[in-house]
Design a protein around this ligand. Structure first.
Ligand code: NAD
Length: 492
């Protein structure tokens, strides 16, 4: 079994605890690697290294050269995409075909932010006072702590790392205890790219041993978290106690809304993409399907036909469309919600069980599950399952769709399927969500911001906005007045 070491200062270290824990393949249920169990002493070492790098070659490097190193890292990710994808898929159980595409897309985040590094410009600001020249400049915040969940380790880390490094910060990554291995594979490439020691460090382990000391560390300036909203609240509390800048990408229960004028075949594919790709283990899952009354039955019939054809099995096997749930606790949570939905009176018309047998590994594949007759007050309509479970609701008209769509504490994303421009504009304006997709679903890009309204989080990742989230803006005043005015009376 492969034994990993912590990555600090571009070097490999045993953890201070001298303890490792096993990581398993969700399909086979078998352990395949040992992950170092970091504690506060390792965190301190990693943060000190990251702080020293700010004062070292990284801190004095030109933004252009920084960008070139990020570009080189992107190339190495591209060149090593097969290994990165194989390792990550082995840990999180997602379809190898999906993770392979995702890893190649990770490289693009580094290309984009590589190009942006020397285009972060302040402004010369016309000031309402005579004889004063004022300008703004952007400066790195310092050491960034990244804490990520198990569903898309590399992608969600890249969403933080690429803009943070672009802005001249340094970085300590604490991936999920369930999916740490790919972060070490990325670390190998960071060193190979020639990025100086201390700029990127990897600490692995559990929330209490490694995550909390990282957020509390006095030399960490900025915390970037993706995960569940309970974890997010805990992280925000600790960050607040220490007045640290924090961003949170949390969960969702996003409405995918189909109007009667939509191209129903396209919409069905979009709905399936929204809930069953990645096994529903995505923050942006379109887990609430809102169907206009007139098309409800026809649409459900189409949805059922495609869902029932889905091929489940080994996520590495070609042609497989449905793989296992990534972790045992998450599998139990999904099964629990299926029971909750049945108990609430929702009608299960597909799935609703785990698949067992020789083709289904350790038995952690949940059949794509659809509940109809759901009302928006049910738990299955309000709480995030984070699995392949779709709740189908009905609506009458635009106002009803907006009312139901927004009647939830989350606000990460929403999908709308219509041919009408009026409906498009109306829904895009009224839905309270950080992303609204019209006639598509689950699209993201390095060029545009992503993040949540309401309980879905704070801050944005992606696009130019994301760099600013890792920068302090400084306002500089230069006086050309040869006389200082009366120092006792301030003039406005
Ligand atoms: P989680 O919140 O349990 O854990 C996420 C990470 O935070 C892990 O690395 C964990 O060790 C760490 N952590 C948890 N509590 C902590 C604490 N008190 N202090 C420091 N670190 C702590 O989430 P999870 O179960 O790994 O992931 C699933 C959740 O993530 C879902 O709710 C999902 O919606 C959310 N998610 C959101 C996005 C997004 O972009 N909005 C993306 C993916 C996943």
């Amino acid at each position: 079994m492969h034994r990993y070491q912590l990555f600090i200062d571009n070097d490999w270290h045993d953890p201070a605890s001298n303890e490792w824990f096993e990581t398993e393949d969700p399909f086979t249920g078998e352990a395949w690697a040992e992950i170092p169990r970091a504690n506060a002493a390792d965190v301190d070492r990693a943060v000190k290294s990251a702080k020293a790098a700010l004062d070292g070659p990284w801190g004095t490097m030109s933004a252009t050269d920084r960008g070139m190193l990020l570009y080189r890292l992107g190339q190495l990710i591209d060149e090593n995409a097969a290994t990165l994808a194989e390792v990550e898929a082995r840990d999180n159980g997602k379809l190898l075909s999906e993770v392979s595409g995702q890893v190649r897309y990770v490289a693009k985040y580094f290309y984009y932010y590589a190009g942006l590094a020397d285009k972060i410009q302040g402004a010369v600001i016309p000031i309402d006072k005579p004889k004063v020249f004022n300008y703004t400049k952007y400066e790195p915040m310092g050491v960034v702590a990244s804490i990520t969940p198990w569903n898309s380790s590399l992608l969600l880390t890249a969403w933080k790392m690429a803009p943070a490094l672009c802005g001249g910060n340094t970085f300590v990554s604490k991936p999920s205890e369930f999916t740490s291995a790919s972060m070490f594979e990325l670390a190998k490439l960071v060193a190979k790219a020639g990025i100086p020691p201390g700029v990127f460090n990897v600490i692995t382990g559990f929330a209490a041993d490694a995550g909390e000391p990282l957020i509390r560390h006095p030399d960490v300036a900025r915390v970037a978290f993706t995960g569940g909203d309970q974890g997010g609240r805990a992280v925000a509390r600790i960050a607040a106690e220490n007045l640290k800048r924090v961003s949170l990408e949390l969960g969702g229960k996003s409405p995918n809304i189909v109007f009667d004028d939509a191209d129903l075949d396209q919409a069905v594919n979009g709905v399936i993409t929204g809930i069953f790709s990645a096994g529903g283990q995505t923050c942006m899952a379109g887990s609430r399907l809102l169907l206009q009354d007139g098309i409800h039955d026809a649409f459900v019939a189409k949805l059922l036909e495609i869902t029932k054809r889905a091929k489940a099995g080994d996520p590495r096997a070609p042609g497989v469309q449905v793989g296992p749930v990534a972790t045992k606790p998450q599998f139990d949570k999904v099964m629990h919600y299926i029971d909750v939905a049945k108990g609430e009176g929702a009608r299960c018309i597909a799935g609703g069980r785990a698949l067992t047998g020789p083709d289904y590994g350790a038995g952690r594949i949940v059949e794509p599950t659809i509940f109809v007759d759901v009302t928006n007050d049910m738990r299955i309509a309000q709480e995030e399952v984070f699995g392949p479970v779709l709740a189908v609701l009905r609506f009458k008209d635009e106002e009803d769709a907006v009312r139901i769509g927004n009647d939830i504490r989350f606000g990460l994303a929403a999908g709308v399927w219509t041919r009408s421009l009026k409906r498009t504009m109306y829904m895009a304006d009224k839905l309270k969500a950080g992303t609204v997709w019209i006639n598509n679903y689950r699209s993201t890009s390095f060029t545009t911001p992503f993040g949540g309204f309401k309980d879905s989080g704070l801050g944005r990742e992606g696009g130019v906005e994301a760099v600013k989230e890792y920068l302090e803006v400084k306002s500089v005043w230069i006086s050309s007045d040869l006389q200082m005015p009366d120092p006792f009376i301030r003039k406005y």
